[in-house]
Ligand binder design. Structure first.
Ligand code: ADP
Ligand code: MG
Length: 717
């Protein structure tokens, strides 16, 4: 009978309630989870050597007969020592176990053992210390089959208290040995991509003959998950294409007027992107487009053009930004671009600020203006979602810095019942974190993308330098010169790690997670205040220094950003709130304290705050320690290419960390595979092929069931 993977581990022979509880700590509650608890590495005990050829210091395996075995208890050390002598045709050697009294009891003299461990040389000669062992039936037995712990590549697993690798091998190996699983992958797909069967892959991943076998097996297992993700993306897309959206016919004449009214000529990439968006919006089903462009490439204006174009025909747009500072900035940009004459009305809605046409209004007034259709373009933070703002003719949702929004927030906005008209808006996501397309398709679903490669003309690359603490005075002198020349400066303070409240406090505190978050926030505020004190009182008493941090009221923050943009301050000391989007073209220096605490992609975002005008710009990176961090940060000195940096960052931190999907419940193999473009591509092609011949997955019931489970997982998140 095929093995039922959904069965509890309690059904595995010799697993009782206590072991089950321990296994649960490793996330193992079902047989499937047990089998998918893949080795983190392998010990190579594959070469069994004749005893005469043992080499001190190596980890080696032997096979031999136990000719003597005894245990003694050493009082002063409170320790049992078991010593056995093993013999093969080439010679004899001692095996020594510490504090494992049961070894002596379970191995009678005359037993044939396979034994693996570290070879030690001391005054008494050679011995093998604390070896793994198991009985073999025949000393000449050389085939690796049937051996669990010794004489081959031995799987080492993630462990926890009471669950050792040895115990896991003891549980997994018997199941693996007679594995007969139905395979969700159609035979044709397996053949086409040279993938082994599910059962073979599981056997090979736990007990590979050669390291390559494990690699191949992991790919097969990852392929299954990638295929599901692709099937889901394609099906979601199909679903989406069945939905109705607002058709916004292209008005070329009006677009021309808009573009001519801009203070600058659009770049070619901007024009192409805008065109692609407007074309999508002509269709009767919703657009799902990702606009990618490095920091400073000018994505905002493209989105604004689409919004204005829709507004002209009476449709509404909501533009969402991840921070209040950025939302306020967008709203301001929008109003300058719109001008008073165009007849388009705007609103800003964040947690703290509510404006209509740039004038303060109460929140209910804003919501009324939006639901009546009086306001065409709403800029806001997730407050727009939280406050359940109703639209009258919502045609377009723009999500800026989309990676800062959760899947649920995106989903909440797209839910059609939010909109009185019962149709789904077009969706434009924007990001400066370039994602390889194949990966975007997997993580974000099936979407179209537009890319702005070219930067607006006249931009100079930001000169970047990693600076040691000894060079600090020179950097300060340089800052003073730049300010004298009329430029402005950002100073970013390092992130402060949350002080982890100890376990006891977690248990007794009513709201434990917030504690850590709050204390981290306060630490951050303090860091900014200290830096502000230092810079304003000691280093630059003659300059206008101002600070910005998370404990300030939103209004205060917006006022400061506005003043800074207007040139009222020379130096802005801030937390990482200015990481995304902030646009102050007169700022030419970005100084980052504790630069080693940030990821490369994030640092690139900070750097993108300068170099937005015609002036030469500079980025100084000050690591907390002058040593190790330098090498990593040097990547930023070398390249200005956000794409290359994102890729380097992804390699360093792994795709899971990088995309913030670490907690998504995706298995580690899949997470690894997200970095494997070739495999993702194969999975995509396979998913297409399967759906072409079997759109409802009627002939692939296993896949259908797994897909349903995945849908549920996403919905219940
Ligand atoms: P990002 O893509 O990082 O969001 P922004 O949209 O904030 O970039 O634009 C960066 C700056 O470049 C803004 O000051 C914007 O007004 C300006 N800008 C955008 N497009 C052009 C252009 N074609 N020529 C000159 N400046 C431009
Ligand atoms: Mg932006």
């Amino acid at each position: 009978m095929p093995l039922d993977l959904t069965m509890s581990v309690m059904n595995v022979r010799s697993v009782g309630a206590r072991s089950a509880a321990r296994l649960a700590k490793l996330g193992i509650t079902t047989v499937r989870q047990l089998l998918w608890h893949l080795p983190t590495r392998y010990e190579d005990y594959s070469a069994a050597v004749p005893i005469a050829e043992l080499v001190p210091g190596e980890k080696q395996s032997i096979r031999g007969e136990v000719i003597a075995i005894s245990s003694r208890f050493i009082w002063p050390k409170r320790m049992t020592i078991t010593t056995a002598t093993l013999r093969d045709q080439s010679g004899a050697v001692r095996a020594v176990w510490f504090n494992q009294p049961y070894v002596g009891e379970s191995i009678p003299e005359g037993t044939l053992l396979s034994l693996s461990g570290k070879v030690v040389l001391d005054k008494r000669g050679l011995s093998i210390s604390n070896p793994l062992y198991e009985r073999v039936t025949d000393a000449e037995h050389t085939a690796a089959e049937g051996l669990r712990h010794t004489g081959r590549l031995i799987p080492i697993y993630a462990e926890t208290a009471g669950v050792t690798s040895k115990y896991l091998r003891f549980l997994i190996q018997p199941i693996i040995e007679q594995l007969d699983l139905p395979d969700p992958l159609p035979e044709s797909v397996r053949r086409q991509y040279g993938l082994q069967s599910l059962s073979d892959a599981l056997v090979a991943v736990h007990y590979p003959h050669r390291p390559e076998d494990a690699v191949r097996a992991r790919e097969r297992l990852a392929f299954d998950d990638l295929l599901l993700l692709q099937l889901k993306a394609l099906r979601d897309r199909r679903q989406m294409n069945l939905l109705k959206s607002v058709r916004v016919p292209m008005d070329t004449e009006y677009m021309r007027t808009l573009v001519q009214g801009l203070p600058f000529p659009l770049t070619r990439d901007q024009r192409v992107a805008a065109l692609e968006i407007l074309k999508d919006m002509e269709r009767p089903y919703p657009m799902n487009r990702l606009l990618e462009g490095d920091v400073g490439s000018g994505k905002t204006v493209v989105a604004v053009l689409a919004a204005l174009h829709a507004a002209r025909q009476g449709h509404q747009t909501v533009i969402l930004a991840p921070t209040e500072v950025l939302a306020a900035q967008h709203e301001r940009t929008l109003r300058t671009l719109v001008g008073p004459t165009m007849g388009v009305r705007t609103a800003l809605l964040t947690g703290a600020t509510t404006l209509v046409d740039g004038r303060e209004a109460t929140k209910p007034a804003v919501k009324r203006a939006v639901s009546s259709g009086g306001v065409q373009i709403v800029v806001g933070t997730h407050a727009v979602i939280r406050d359940d703002v109703r639209f009258s003719r919502l045609a377009l949702v723009v999500i800026d810095e989309q990676h800062r929004f959760g899947i649920h927030q995106r989903a909440a906005l797209m839910k059609s019942d939010r909109h009185a008209s019962g149709v789904v808006p077009h969706l434009l996501s924007m990001t400066a974190t370039p994602i390889p397309r194949t990966l975007a398709l997997t993580v974000l679903g099936d979407l179209d993308s537009s890319l702005i490669k070219e930067k607006p003309s006249g931009r100079q690359p930001v000169r970047t330098k990693v600076v040691s603490s000894a060079e600090r005075p020179r950097v300060y002198a340089f800052i003073r010169d730049e300010v004298r020349a009329g430029r402005q400066v950002f100073v970013v303070c390092p992130v402060i790690e949350a002080v982890q409240p100890d376990a006891e406090r977690i248990a007794s505190s009513p709201r434990p997670p917030r504690q850590g978050k709050l204390s981290a926030l306060w630490a951050q505020v303090k860091a900014v205040q200290d830096e502000y004190q230092k810079l304003s009182k000691e280093v630059f008493p003659d300059l206008r220094v101002v600070m910005l941090h998370g404990r300030m009221k939103a209004k205060e923050k917006q006022a400061i950003m506005h003043e800074f943009k207007e040139g009222w301050h020379d130096i802005l000391v801030s937390t990482s709130v200015i990481e995304v989007g902030v646009d102050v073209p007169n700022a030419t220096i970005m100084l980052i304290e504790g630069a080693d605490r940030f990821g490369l992609a994030q640092l690139h975002q900070f750097r993108g705050r300068v170099g937005r005008g015609a002036h030469a710009s500079y980025c100084f990176l000050l690591p907390t320690d002058d040593g190790a961090a330098r090498a990593r940060l040097a990547a930023l000195e070398k390249t200005d290419d956000g794409f290359a940096l994102a890729e380097a960052d992804m390699k360093l931190r792994g795709p899971g960390e990088f995309f913030g999907i670490k907690q998504s419940g995706m298995p580690d193999v899949t997470m690894e595979a997200l970095g494997n473009a070739v495999l993702i591509k194969k999975a995509r092609t396979a998913a297409r092929a399967i759906l072409r011949t079997d759109p409802q997955l009627k002939r692939n019931p296993l896949l259908a069931a797994q897909l349903a489970a995945l849908q549920n997982l996403v919905h219940s998140e």
